[in-house]
Design a protein around this ligand. Sequence first.
Ligand SMILES: NC(=O)c1ccc[n+]([C@@H]2O[C@H](COP(=O)([O-])OP(=O)(O)OC[C@H]3O[C@@H](n4cnc5c(N)ncnc54)[C@H](OP(=O)(O)O)[C@@H]3O)[C@@H](O)[C@H]2O)c1
Length: 271
Amino acid sequence: MSTYLITGVSRGIGYGFLSNLSSNPENTVIGLARNRIATEEKVSKELGARPNVHILQADMTDYNSILRAAKETEKITGGSLDYIIANAGVMSPSEAFANIGELAKDPKVFDDAFSYTMSTNVIGNVYLFTSLMPLILKGKAKKIIAISSGVADIELLRKYDLELSPTYAASKAALNAIVAKFSAQYAKDGVLVMSICPGMVDTQEFAGTTDEQKQKFGNFVQNLQRYAPHFTGPKTTESAVEDLLTVVGKSSVENGDGGSFVSQFGTKQWL
Ligand SMILES: NC(=O)c1ccc[n+]([C@@H]2O[C@H](COP(=O)([O-])OP(=O)(O)OC[C@H]3O[C@@H](n4cnc5c(N)ncnc54)[C@H](OP(=O)(O)O)[C@@H]3O)[C@@H](O)[C@H]2O)c1
């Protein structure tokens, strides 16, 4: 029996984690979502009654909501927590198809994009880990997993000219650094803190994209194919979650995984 707290469970990979982990009635799964009621409705409609699922309201940009969720988690679990899966993440819509030169032409646009990605992807997780650390220290598994991205790998960016989504990439690189800092502090207490990239997963909708945007994304994918010629396209959420949970299961402080940044294969191969 294990206790899990997952952020960003309203949809995508976070929902996939919630669905997978709560299928074992022995697990207690706490899901954080900005819209608690809508998420509860989706869970009950799609997964049926799962008494081991608890949805709590929290916005990663709102410190007090994270603190409240940590207090509610303590009540649900009785004071401990085995796993955190820090999955919630954003890319600014203004940079989905823009390179750094295009984005930084307007300082306001650049500032907004950077604040948006940093506050959710980095600062929110610092508060999340800090608020929940007392529970993790009392847990059995003691694992904190941040869902990062291969685009935080600077060697990949530079060798394959991956131009798009600059502040998203920078925020995930900052997240990896923060993860290493938490590991540096807490590995001696047996807490594994690490970053894992899920690979490319079929969660995004591209409805309404212009021909120019499609062309830019096509170039981005072509560059990724230079890196991974076997890559044919995104995988399903279900299969991504299975791969990620395999890596989580195999990783430990004892094996030297604390503070590391690896892919869904547990390596530096991102696709
Ligand atoms: N999909 C991929 O190919 C891919 C590749 C590499 C890395 N990743 C990473 O994997 C994670 C999940 O990706 P995904 O594709 O599943 O994303 P997604 O479908 O866009 O879902 C993002 C989740 O994060 C939540 N979220 C966003 N901002 C939030 C905030 N301020 N407070 C609380 N929750 C917030 C969203 O909630 P709302 O419904 O309230 O917006 C949603 O549940 C992200 O960290 C992403 O960067 C994904």
